[in-house]
Write a protein that binds this ligand. Structure first.
Ligand code: PLP
Length: 467
């Protein structure tokens, strides 16, 4: 009997956390349970999710940025349904597929002209691995530079470019010859490039961890320095690309920056199908695929699969039809300005930064003594716990899904759909203001919850240490 997916889902409603505890990642299931994120979502549309009890949630992280156009976008869905009805071939392998050719053409029309060749991947990290291989092969050099606090993915090569020890620990030794420079520091970059032995400099135009925006002119000057030293400039726009920051690419905030290699992924297929794309200059491509024997020297079986290509084409079309990039620019600026206006009102609120629909809210130590003592106590229990004091009540009391932006950083990140409405932005602002008020009430319920979770974390750590 064929699978009846509707019945299967209905028959197993609510078993999510039991299944994950038994079969997948019990620790992560436990984290979600501890912070009250153990919901069972059963419906999604645009910027909203509904749980099995029918409660609506406003999704302000959009699947870590893949749902740039919102969940279950009707036009992308329709294109996929239409395509499935065609019984069109995919992954013949020994052919040049039409659909990847069309998506490559459509992508090239939106990026700097020099980026004239496209390689398709299945994820962001695979794009970064591709960029590492292309850069090494094209330059004949092996060393790679990245930025402190960088995140480029978690496979071996991209992890070697990760600026956070928490991710690296336990997996070393990683790639040889990698080094970090401070993000935004041109002198440090120039010094690191000076020996002329660096294959590539990898940079996120806005760092995802902590949402750090570089100083004006940094990307342009960094690209020029790289060119001067024969180093390839790799823009990792996995998160910032496809309109997220109010331009198709975040490098467009600094006119005139053309990377040697550009990596895209996440939102490119509307969140429906894994996808990624690496765009580069023909000369670099030709150094890699340098002969007939080497014409498939780098590839991946699922790389140009038809569903991903159709979803990509439909996404680029919908991006224009929905005027999504302009919406991200205008409503993102509205949200950013309104959040920045709250900074003087709350002791814990230190800074708000970002561009378009990529916003980081930085918390920090308060002035008042009682609050400061409580704040220090929570940090002593666990370095990453404090922002949960905002993230948890936003979910529990207001039905808003946000995330902490990285390990050991008191930053909350918003990555809503580009098409987040003004009404939803206003709803978030009201909820956030109420939560910040609660946080500044000590003693109070938020602090009780934090202490309870802190104890949980300490117990877990002790048990893990004893095991
Ligand atoms: N590069 C950046 C800038 C990212 O933000 C991410 C993921 O968050 C990656 C690479 C890795 O992408 P993936 O998770 O698809 O491997």
């Amino acid at each position: 009997m064929p699978l009846d997916i509707t019945s299967l889902i209905e028959a197993n409603a609510g078993r999510n956390y039991a299944l994950h505890t038994a079969h997948i990642n019990p620790r992560f299931a436990r984290v979600l349970q501890t912070i009250g994120f153990d919901r069972c979502y059963t419906r999604a549309s645009g910027g909203s999710l509904w749980d099995h009890q029918g409660r609506r949630y406003l999704d302000l992280i959009s699947g870590y940025g893949v749902f740039g156009l919102g969940r279950n976008h009707p036009a992308i869905k329709q294109a996929l349904l239409d395509f499935l009805a065609l019984d069109y071939p995919s992954l013949v392998q020994m052919e040049a597929p039409l659909l990847s050719g069309l998506l490559a053409e459509a992508l090239k029309a939106r990026v700097p002209r020099d980026l004239d060749t496209v390689y398709f991947t299945n994820s962001g990290t695979e794009g970064v691995e591709t960029a590492i291989k292309f850069a090494r092969c094209a330059t004949g050099r092996s060393r790679l530079l990245f930025c402190e606090h960088a995140f480029h993915g978690l496979t071996n090569g991209s992890l070697s470019l990760n600026g956070d020890l928490t991710f690296r620990n336990g997996f070393e030794p990683l790639l040889d010859g990698t080094a970090a420079v401070p993000f935004g520091d041109l002198d440090a970059l120039a010094a690191a490039l000076a020996a002329g032995d660096i294959a590539a400099f990898f940079v996120e135009p806005i760092q995802g961890k902590g949402v750090h925006v570089p100083p004006d002119g940094y990307l342009r000057a960094a690209a020029a320095l790289c060119a001067q030293h024969g180093t390839l400039f790799v823009a990792d726009e996995v998160q910032t690309g496809i309109g997220r920051t109010g331009h198709f690419l975040a490098i467009e905030h600094e006119p005139g920056v053309t990377p040697d290699i550009l990596v895209l992924s996440k939102a490119l297929s509307g969140g429906y199908v894994p996808i990624g794309a690496v765009l580069t200059r023909r000369a670099i491509y030709d150094r890699v695929f340098s002969s007939l024997e080497r014409s498939v020297v780098h590839s991946s079986t699922f790389g140009q699969n038809s569903l991903a290509m159709v979803a990509g084409l439909a996404t680029l079309t919908a991006l224009d039809d929905d005027n999504a990039i302009e919406q991200a620019r205008a409503n993102g600026a509205y949200l950013l300005d309104a959040l920045q206006a709250l900074v003087p009102q709350f002791e814990f609120l230190h800074a708000v930064r970002g561009r378009g629909m990529m916003i980081g809210i930085e918390l920090g130590a308060p002035q008042r003594r009682a609050l400061r003592t409580a704040w220090s106590m929570v940090h002593r229990m666990d370095a990453s716990l404090f922002p949960q004091a905002v993230v948890m009540p936003l979910l529990e009391d207001h039905g808003m899904i946000t995330q902490v932006a990285g390990h050991h950083m008191d930053v909350i990140k918003l990555l809503p759909p580009l098409t987040l409405s003004r009404d939803d932005a206003d709803a978030f602002l009201a909820a956030f203001t109420a939560v910040m008020r609660g946080l500044e009430t000590f003693p109070g319920p938020v602090w009780d919850v934090l202490t309870r979770i802190g104890r949980h974390v300490l117990t877990d750590r002790t048990q893990a240490g004893a095991a």
